[in-house]
Design a protein around this ligand. Structure first.
Ligand SMILES: [Fe+2]
Ligand SMILES: [Fe+2]
Length: 280
């Protein structure tokens, strides 16, 4: 069963719930197999979406977003891993590949009927691959959350760029343990040197460890001083770090961890949007 926008209906789709006239009478009962004229009728009604439940077209439609989301996460992983390697080698990187990936991801988030949660990738053991897998996953979770709010396509693109690069400040240091408090500022400085990358994306990198209570870092910002987009990235980051830290924790433990931080670390509406996004 899936919610499908009327404009995306195809011949052969089967209604999973009745469609009603305004006065409550049934126009099309559950189980109706749609043809062109019925789809045209639906298009003329004041109905945005319908429930579709059929084996043929419905399965194809639901498989497509899952496969596409997995492809995008893989592309995000490969893109950010290359960025990390470029930064390690030269101290900087070209923003073009990140911009292209973010454009595609935002378009998918706007157009797909659902944004299915993806399974997190694992690093392949090579240097920076685990950080790249984390970054790609945080990016997917953040965009899925922004889609719930709902953000515009342009805003989703900036959120994708900032979330994908949120930990890039680690790459400049040989000793990651010493750079934890500094990596947001280092990442911000690196991104600001690239004029093509949006300012909001740089601020997401700078603020992703800030918390509403003022106990975050690097600046100890409070409340509304922390941008919502940075909060979304921070929530996605905390969820993955909590679940894949020194000990592995379940999905539900990750959610409970976030719920316990509402209004202390994170905005309640942003946490609820995140939970909606990962529960689809
Ligand atoms: Fe971080
Ligand atoms: Fe992170």
């Amino acid at each position: 069963m899936m919610v499908v926008p009327v404009r995306k209906l195809r011949e052969g789709d089967r209604l999973g719930a009745p469609v009603y006239f305004n006065d409550g009478r049934v126009l099309m009962p559950k189980g109706t197999v749609l043809n062109i004229s019925l789809i045209t009728v639906l298009g003329g009604l004041n109905v945005d979406t319908v429930l579709i439940d059929n084996m043929a077209a419905g399965q194809k439609q639901s498989a497509y977003p899952v496969q596409k989301a997995e492809e995008l996460q893989r592309a995000a992983y490969e893109t950010v891993l290359q960025v990390f390697r470029d930064v390690e080698r030269s101290g900087s990187f070209q923003g073009g590949a990140v911009m292209g990936l973010a454009t595609e991801l935002a378009a998918f988030a706007i157009e797909a009927p659902v944004f299915p949660p993806v399974e997190r990738l694992e690093g392949d053991g090579s240097k920076w691959s685990e950080l790249a897998a984390h970054s790609a996953y945080v990016c997917m979770l953040a965009v899925a959350t922004g889609r719930q709010l709902p953000y515009t396509g342009q805003h989703l693109k900036m959120l994708a760029i900032g979330s994908l690069l949120h930990d890039i400040g680690y790459i400049t240091d040989k000793d990651r343990a010493q750079s934890r408090l500094e990596h947001p500022q280092k990442g911000y400085d690196m991104i600001r040197r690239l004029p093509d990358l949006p300012l909001l994306s740089a601020h997401i990198v700078l603020e992703h460890h800030e918390e509403l209570s003022g106990k975050g870092f690097p600046r100890g910002l409070r409340g509304d001083q922390v941008r919502l987009s940075a909060q979304i990235c921070g929530i996605a980051n905390a969820f993955d770090r909590y679940r894949h830290g020194e000990q592995l924790r379940s999905f539900n433990e990750g959610i409970e961890h976030l719920l316990s931080k509402i209004e202390i670390s994170y905005d309640g509406a942003a946490v609820r949007a995140f939970i909606q996004a990962v529960s689809q």
